[in-house]
Design a protein around this ligand. Structure first.
Ligand code: CA
Length: 219
């Protein structure tokens, strides 16, 4: 999953980005609205975290602009705790609203909840009928085999399981795993797929030569 974090406060921005990267979200962090809009033109994201007090435009204005272009999941992070502000943010199209200061565990749980709702599922688990992944614990269960995946194994398998039956190219998979300034190790995708196949069986992830990789659709 690739996230865009829009937050002008350097301390909060850096801390949140680190938390996101620790749990294997590819997170890009920008500090103003114009840069955020440029990023949204250039790159596809799975979710936006938006601070309302930005130096060049009000976050509510940015939220309106984002909603004109796309229905990307969006959580507002703000110190503005007036109920009128919360209502306005939600009515402008925010999926959720988190008041600063917040616990990082709650932020991560809200990200999972928003993604789940947007995925059309009430279940906290991702599954294609063969393998089941728990985004809260990074535990994967496949038949008799159950184990906790490394952060990047989880990120790769999650990307495939969100769209079972769809082929993802190497660059699409790298996009879900690495944020800016994170060095993409060569063959990282092959390495992770090899490791997942060793754990859960060679036919879990199919390679379509020259195109990419996929997991089977829900059976
Ligand atoms: Ca701010």
């Amino acid at each position: 999953m690739r996230l865009l974090l829009i937050e002008d406060d350097a301390m909060i921005g850096e801390a949140v980005r680190e938390v996101l990267r620790d749990v294997a979200y590819a997170a890009d962090w920008v500090q103003d609205g114009e840069t955020a809009l440029a990023c949204l033109e250039a790159q596809s994201y799975d979710l936006i975290l938006l601070d309302l007090g930005l130096p060049d435009m009000d976050g509510m204005e940015l939220l309106k602009k984002v909603r004109i272009r796309s229905d990307i999941p969006l959580i507002v992070l703000t110190a503005r705790d007036a109920v009128e502000e919360r209502i306005r943010g939600l009515d402008l199209g925010a999926d959720d609203y988190l008041i600063k200061p917040f616990e990082t565990g709650e932020l991560l749980a809200r990200i999972r909840a928003v993604c789940r709702r947007r995925g059309g599922s009430g279940s906290p688990l991702l599954s294609n009928g063969r393998i089941t992944l728990n985004p809260a614990t990074h535990e994967a269960v496949c038949g008799e085999v159950s184990c906790v995946l490394s952060a990047r194994e989880f990120a790769l398998l999650q990307a495939l399981l969100v769209t079972p039956g769809r082929i993802l190219s190497r660059s699409e998979l790298e996009n879900k795993i690495y944020g800016w300034n994170e060095e993409v190790e060569s063959n990282a995708v092959e390495f992770l797929i090899h490791s997942l196949r060793r754990k859960f069986g060679a036919d879990l992830i199919k390679n379509i030569r020259g195109v990419g990789w996929m997991v089977a659709g829900t059976s």
